[in-house]
Design a protein around this ligand. Structure first.
Ligand SMILES: Nc1nc2c(ncn2[C@@H]2O[C@H](COP(=O)(O)OP(=O)(O)O)[C@@H](O)[C@H]2O)c(=O)[nH]1
Ligand SMILES: [Mg+2]
Length: 435
C-alpha cells in the first residue's frame, strides 16, 4: 500500500496537489493544520497537511501500480476488510491503528496462503494417509501427534503398501497403542501399608475414584483377597471435603480420617501401620493456584517416599489443557495418571497425546459415577477400543500388549458375573457388574 503526505497553504490547494500527483485513486485519510515553510522555525505560516493512500482498485489507472491490482485480484476480502478499518479511522492518530490493522490483515492473508499450501501438500498425500489423519483428528489427537503419524506413514510405506487400507489402519492403531504406557505398579505396592494418594484439579473425580478403590480392595473384587483399607482426606482449607468421603466410608465400613497438616498426616499414617492400603484423597485446587498447590504438596510429602501419587485427569479435558495440568502437578512427582470420565467421551486422543508428550503411564480409568463398578485397571486394548472410527482387532491387540485374559476391576466390558459383590454397594446404576 502506498501512502502520501501533502502540505499546502490551504485545504483546497493540498487536495489539488494530491489530485495532480495521484489522480482519482488518491484517498484522503486525515488533514490537520500545520506550520509550513519558513526557515529555522521562523517565517513559517499556517497551512494544511493531508495524508492518505492510493486506492489500488483500479488496475487500469496509470497511476496505480500494477502489482497492487494483481494482489487484490487474489485476495477479494482484502478491500472489504480495509474499508471497515478505514471507516473506523478518525483523524491523525487513527492512521497508526490503520497501519497496524492492515499489517494484521496482510499477515492473516499470508497465513491463509500458508495453510492453503499445507492443505495442497496434504492433498497430494495418498488417500489412506489422509484417512488416517482424519481418524486421528476425529479422535482429538494433538497436532504434533498427528504430524508425527503422517510423516511416519509417508516414510514407512510404499505406494503399494498404502493401498491396503486395513493393514495401514491396524499399523496406525498399533503406533497409538505403543505410545501408551501402562503403570505396572511399584515396589511401593509391596510395601505395607501401601499408600496411594490422588491429586488433581477440582471435580475430576478424585473422591469418587478413592471410594471405588477402597470398596474394591476392602471387598476383594477382581480376584484379590479382602484387604484392610483406610481412607484419609487432606482438607487443610476446611471446605468440607470430609463429608463426602465419610459417607462413602460409612457405607463401606472403611474408617476415614480427616487431616489438616503434614504432622497430622504423618501421625495418621503411622496409626494405620497395620492396614494393607491407605488411600489419601486431596482437595482439588485450581492448578493455577500455585501457592495452594505448593502447600498441598508439602502436606502430602508426609506420606513418605514410598507413597504412590497418582494424578487424576478427566478424559473430557482438552489436550493442551491436559499437558498444562500435567506440568503444573509435576512437583508432586506423580507416578501415573488416572483417566476419569471415560464414559463421557469417545475422543480420547487428547489424553493419549498428552500422556505420550509428558511420558507418563496410565494406571486406572474410570467410566461412570457408580461406586465401585466404574473403574478398571488401565489396559492399552481398552483405551484403543474407545477410539472412534478405527477397526479394532481385539485379540491381535491383546496379544500384542500381553493383555489376554487379564481381569479388569469392573466395567462395561465385563460380562455379567455370578460373583456378585458380597460387600456393600452404593451404586446408583446397577446395569454394570463386577468382573
Ligand atoms: N461420568 C462420570 N462422572 C464421574 C466419574 N468419576 C466421578 N464422576 C463425577 O464427577 C463429579 C465430581 O466427582 P468428585 O469425586 O467429587 O471429584 P473431586 O473434586 O475430584 O473429588 C461427581 O458428580 C462424580 O459423580 C466418572 O468416571 N464418570
Ligand atoms: Mg473431592
Amino acid at each position: 500500500m502506498q501512502y502520501f503526505t501533502e502540505q499546502a497553504g490551504s485545504h483546497r490547494e493540498a487536495l489539488e496537489a494530491v489530485r495532480a500527483k495521484y489522480g482519482d485513486s488518491a484517498q484522503i485519510l486525515s488533514h490537520k493544520t500545520v506550520r509550513v515553510g519558513g526557515f529555522l522555525g521562523l517565517f513559517a505560516r499556517e497551512g494544511v497537511e493531508v495524508t492518505g493512500y492510493i486506492r489500488p482498485d483500479r488496475p487500469g489507472d496509470a497511476r496505480s501500480t500494477g502489482d497492487q491490482g494483481a494482489r487484490l485480484a487474489k485476495a477479494p476480502d482484502f478491500e472489504e476488510e480495509k474499508r471497515k478499518i478505514l471507516a473506523q479511522a478518525k483523524a491523525d492518530q487513527a492512521l497508526q491503528q490503520v497501519l497496524a490493522e492492515i499489517k494484521g490483515i496482510k499477515e492473516r492473508l499470508d497465513d491463509s496462503g500458508y495453510s492453503q499450501a499445507r492443505a495442497a501438500s496434504e492433498a497430494e498425500d495418498h488417500e489412506t494417509i489422509r484417512r488416517i489423519d482424519a481418524l486421528l483428528s476425529l479422535n482429538d489427537f494433538s497436532e504434533s501427534f498427528r504430524r508425527e503419524a503422517v510423516s511416519r506413514l509417508r516414510g514407512d510405506f510404499s505406494l503399494e503398501a498404502l493401498g491396503d487400507v486395513e493393514e495401514i489402519e491396524s499399523a496406525a492403531l498399533e503406533w497409538v497403542g505403543d505410545s501408551i504406557k501402562v503403570w505396572k505398579g511399584s515396589a511401593a505396592e509391596a510395601a505395607r501399608p501401601r499408600v496411594l494418594a490422588l491429586v488433581g484439579p477440582t471435580g475430576v473425580g478424585k473422591t469418587t475414584t478413592i471410594a471405588k478403590l477402597a470398596a474394591i480392595h476392602a471387598v476383594g473384587i477382581g480376584g484379590g483377597k479382602p484387604q484392610s483399607v483406610r481412607m484419609i482426606t487432606i482438607d487443610n482449607y476446611r471446605i468440607g471435603a470430609r463429608q463426602q468421603i465419610e459417607t462413602y466410608g460409612g457405607i463401606m465400613g472403611v474408617p476415614v480420617s480427616c487431616v489438616e497438616t503434614a504432622d497430622d498426616l504423618r501421625k495418621t499414617i503411622a496409626m494405620y501401620s497395620d492396614a494393607d492400603l491407605v488411600l489419601v484423597d486431596t482437595v482439588g485446587k485450581s492448578p493455577r493456584d500455585a501457592v495452594r498447590l505448593a502447600e498441598m504438596q508439602r502436606v502430602l510429602s508426609a506420606c513418605g517416599p514410598g507413597a504412590e501419587i497418582h494424578l487424576a485427569l478427566s478424559a473430557t479435558t482438552k489436550a493442551s489443557d491436559m499437558v498444562q495440568i500435567m506440568r503444573q502437578f509435576e512437583p508432586f512427582d506423580y507416578k501415573a495418571v488416572v483417566i476419569t470420565k471415560l464414559d463421557e467421551t469417545n475422543r480420547i486422543g487428547n489424553a493419549i497425546s498428552a500422556l505420550a508428550e509428558r511420558g507418563k503411564p496410565v494406571s486406572y480409568v474410570t467410566n461412570g459415577q457408580s461406586v465401585p463398578q466404574n473403574i478398571e485397571r488401565a489396559r492399552v486394548t481398552r483405551l484403543l477400543m474407545n477410539l472412534e472410527g478405527f477397526r479394532v482387532d481385539r485379540p491381535r491387540l491383546e496379544a500384542r500388549y500381553g493383555e489376554e485374559g487379564e481381569e479388569s476391576l469392573g466395567g462395561r466390558d465385563a460380562a455379567p458375573s455370578s460373583r456378585a459383590p458380597r460387600g456393600p454397594s452404593i451404586s446408583r446404576d446397577n446395569r454394570e457388574d463386577w468382573s
